[in-house]
Design a binder for this molecule. Structure first.
Ligand SMILES: [Zn+2]
Length: 326
């Protein structure tokens, strides 16, 4: 069921599940806690509980058409859930359709995206959920436009305000929404989620401490580290090719972690880098010299990896070919 996807937030999820099962759901909640700990996922689970065609113990099944449309984001602007009864507000989200916002959630967004749509009942006659991301970005004016509706929403309409800066929520808004707290995720939960997102275990251990229990922060750190590692590999290869003797190349082969997938990733970046440099030289009117040969050597190495030649041997052979072409 849809709340099963929200990992490591037993307290928050327990609160919401009990309210759902007991039919005591409040009409307005504020989910407070750091970014990247599951607030939005929990909001989506709550939305599915309201729109699902076949709820199971009060929760969305996660599989029916309505559940799927609730969590499928439209490809075209505004990029919001496809389900008409799941309304998402966020600063700047509607810029492309004419609600220009540089700062804060405007009163125009509250009126045009939200209030104008609340006059009609929910689409399928079930529930409707309004999710406001970074709700602290409502200013006095937009908050005032919302207050009355937040206090007494139309039938079957529920509000979920998301914020990582609960103290910056306006008091008028805060007092009308029931708090549900989301804690930073524990390390073992982070490990599970990041592994499922394909982050290598060694990287996970490096970013855990920096991330402070936030999946989005961990992914950002992991990515920065990857970017750095890739750049270092490209420069290492360049030095190895141009060095007067093969010692740099040998050092690189020995230092490389021998993992096939990691090497494939690095080689793909390497081929793209050299190909880009060759194009730039051509555009500048300089005939690219070694780069096309280098690209061919990298592509050859990728083919050898596919044929399960040992990564260290592949790398060594490639560097040798490149040095010969240099
Ligand atoms: Zn469903």
């Amino acid at each position: 069921m849809s709340f099963d996807r929200v990992l490591g937030q037993e307290f928050a999820v327990g609160t919401l599940r009990r309210a759902l099962q007991g039919g005591r759901l409040h009409h307005a909640y504020r989910f407070e806690g750091p970014d990247g700990v599951g607030k939005e996922m929990a909001a989506m689970a709550l939305a599915q509980a309201h729109v699902c065609e076949r709820p199971v113990e009060g929760e969305g099944c996660g599989r029916c058409g309505d559940c799927r449309r609730a969590q499928t984001i439209s490809a075209e602007a505004p990029h919001v859930p496809q389900h008409p009864d799941v309304i998402v507000l966020e600063q700047g989200l509607y810029n492309e359709i004419g609600i220009e916002e540089k700062q804060g959630i405007s009163v125009k967004q509250i009126r045009q995206v939200l209030l104008a749509r609340l006059h009609v009942p929910p689409h399928a006659g079930r529930g409707r959920v309004v999710i406001i991301r970074n709700a602290e970005e409502m200013n006095q004016q937009s908050a005032n436009a919302l207050l009355k509706t937040l206090e007494e929403p139309p039938a079957r309409t529920h509000f979920i305000l998301l914020t990582s800066k609960g103290r910056m929520l306006l008091d008028t808004i805060r007092s009308r929404a029931l708090p549900v707290r989301f804690a930073p995720l524990r390390d073992e939960v982070m490990r599970k989620i990041l592994a499922a997102r394909g982050v290598p275990a060694s990287t996970v251990e490096q970013v855990l401490e920096l991330a402070g229990g936030s999946v989005s922060a961990a992914l950002a750190f992991a990515d920065a580290e990857e970017t750095e590692a890739r750049a270092a590999f490209v420069e290492g290869v360049r030095r190895a090719i141009l060095a007067p003797d093969a010692s740099e190349a040998l050092a690189l082969v020995q230092a490389r972690d021998k993992e096939k997938d990691a090497l494939k990733d690095r080689l793909a970046v390497l081929a793209a880098t050299f190909a880009r440099e060759a194009r730039q030289q051509e555009l500048a009117g300089i005939a690219a010299r070694q780069e096309p040969d280098w690209v061919r050597a990298v592509l050859g190495a990728l083919r050898e990896l596919e044929r399960n030649v040992a990564p260290a041997l592949v790398l060594e052979t490639m560097l040798l070919r490149m040095r010969q072409a240099a």
